[in-house]
Design a protein around this ligand. Structure first.
Ligand code: ADP
Length: 239
């Protein structure tokens, strides 16, 4: 544990900022409550085309609710979401069909079946095509879930804790795949608690606390922002 410091962590692309297209996702003034609980309270942010954008914040700050609203699983009480037509997401805990094979999981709802083996090659799991999904390790299942999402040829991919519950080697592999996909044009919005990964991967980071955005910036800016450290009061950043 490193305590409340982020400024020693390596940040994305030290060679300099990249340039991005206009917003691919634009969220404006979102409000959402559950019963008496106000979860989102005027949340606004955007994701620029071609970027890897992070959405971070303490537990309960509303990140998953944002994902559910953007993905259309929930309806906002007010506010607007302008999203691209082809959008796909992963879940915090993988949602593969456990008793279908890896290949069958990819083919469910597929537009281009021939793409399945290509993607299994890409994630390094071609040899596992005919194994049942629940016979794979959790890290492998997360990679399969990434491949499953890519079957949809999405413009924008929402990743809910891609590094959650997997080991450092698998995290490196996941990060490498995300970078590669991004280089070939896929835009990412990533909810992630692993701060070293967020800082080393993202072009821009939005920070949520108490249902709205308290800070946005490059990893360099975020890691020096006292508001961000305050929002995480009591939390330790994992190295
Ligand atoms: P985060 O992903 O940042 O941890 P969430 O969006 O999961 O935050 O949750 C924010 C708050 O909303 C939490 O207090 C959570 O208990 C509450 N919440 C989320 N979904 C529901 C729901 N369907 N019904 C009631 N409360 C919910």
């Amino acid at each position: 544990p490193v305590g409340k410091r982020l400024d020693h962590l390596p940040v994305a692309r030290p060679s300099g900022p990249r340039t991005f297209g206009p917003a691919l996702l634009e969220v404006t003034g979102l409000h959402k409550g559950f019963g008496g609980l106000r979860v989102l309270d005027g949340c606004s942010f955007d994701v620029k085309r071609g970027s890897i954008t992070g959405l971070i914040g303490p537990n309960g700050s509303g990140k998953t609710t944002v994902f559910n609203l953007v993905h259309g699983l929930l309806r906002a009480d007010s506010g607007t979401i302008s999203r691209p037509p082809r959008l796909a997401r992963t879940y915090q805990l993988t949602r593969l069909f456990p008793r279908l094979t890896v290949r069958e999981n990819l083919l469910a709802g597929a537009r281009r079946p021939e793409k399945a083996m290509e993607l299994l090659e890409f994630i390094g799991l071609a040899d596992y095509a005919d194994k049942l999904a629940d016979s794979l390790s959790y890290g492998q299942q997360k990679l399969v879930e990434l491949a499953q999402v890519l079957m949809l040829d999405p413009d924008l991919v929402l990743l809910d804790e891609p590094a959650g519950g997997i080991n450092p080697t698998q995290i490196e592999q996941m990060a490498g795949l995300i970078r590669q996909l991004n280089s070939s044009g896929t835009t990412f919005l990533i909810v992630e608690h692993n701060m070293p990964l967020v800082l080393s991967l993202c072009d821009e980071v939005h920070v949520l606390a108490n249902g709205h955005r308290i800070a946005s910036g490059t990893p360099q800016e975020i890691q020096r922002d006292p508001l961000v450290l305050d929002a995480y009061l009591g939390a330790d950043f994992r190295e």
